[in-house]
Design a protein around this ligand. Structure first.
Ligand code: G3P
Ligand code: CA
Length: 250
């Protein structure tokens, strides 16, 4: 997000690496995030949850079963236990030893290097997580992004209303895959606290893109896993494409 780069990219579609470059490296690990940087993505998308002892960590599922060699709920394991898990091998032996990153680590490592699309994953399981995220962002002066280099989003709309109160200068996004959320009425309600309406690709058509813009929001869509899906979203002229494969979005 250098100045020249920012003004160039503002006019283009943001290339958002979903859970990092997760088509090529284990999702939500430093390997996947570093690869997204190397591939020239504009943002990494990260899923934030909380350990039993209160540390914010990056993992998609609410259990560790699918993407690590452990079992159990994220919120039932201490940070030390989570850190001992292998979060890479499931994707390929070359990734053995990749760890579940902490939120602090990701903010420190990628601040100023790449945008971060922060998803609060199942925040209803982690009361107070919005405040905790706010504290971590403020500590690093990342709470007032000048060029939307940080965005906060969730499927939990109440959580995003709260995030908007705690972080009034932060771009906020609502995530949905429900056709109930695309009505004019629904969009009007979202725009009171959200800057982004981020639907699953199945909901996207020209009319929706128009409606979102009429409601003064931007639109980023997910999840792209084929070149054809990327092409479709380019034609729809969305503001951001959230893809496992950053190279499909160029
Ligand atoms: O950023 C959008 C996308 O990540 C939402 O779905 O399940 O991959 O977190 P999910
Ligand atoms: Ca996500």
């Amino acid at each position: 997000f250098g100045e020249a780069e920012a003004s160039r990219k503002e006019k283009e579609i943001a290339n958002v690496a979903h859970r990092g470059a997760s088509g090529y490296a284990p999702e939500n690990t430093i390997a996947a995030f570093d690869l997204a940087v190397a591939m020239g993505a504009d943002y990494i998308e990260i899923d934030v949850q909380r350990s039993k002892d209160g540390k914010l960590v990056i993992l998609h599922d609410t259990t560790v079963d699918r993407t690590t060699d452990g079992t159990g709920k994220v919120g039932d394991l201490d940070f030390k236990e989570l850190r001992q898990l292998d979060a890479g091998s499931w994707k390929g032996e070359e990734f053995a030893g990749e760890k579940i990153p902490s939120f602090d680590e990701v903010l420190d490592r990628y601040k100023g290097k790449i945008g971060i699309l922060i998803e609060l994953k199942a925040p209803e399981l982690y009361p107070g997580i919005e405040k905790q995220m706010t504290k971590a962002l403020k500590k690093r002066k990342m709470d007032k992004p000048k060029r939307e280099e940080i965005i906060v989003q969730s499927f939990n709309f109440e959580s995003m209303k709260l995030a908007n109160k705690l972080l009034p200068r932060m771009p906020i996004g609502v995530l949905t895959s429900s056709s109930n959320d695309v009505s004019d009425e629904a969009l009007k309600a979202f725009r009171k606290y959200a800057d982004y309406f981020n639907p699953s690709i199945g909901l996207v058509n020209e009319e929706l893109v128009k409606k979102v813009r009429k409601n003064k929001m931007k639109i980023q869509s997910w999840t792209v896993r084929t070149p054809e899906a990327a092409q479709f979203l380019k034609e729809m002229k969305v503001d951001g494409i959230i893809s496992d494969y950053p190279d499909y979005v160029y």
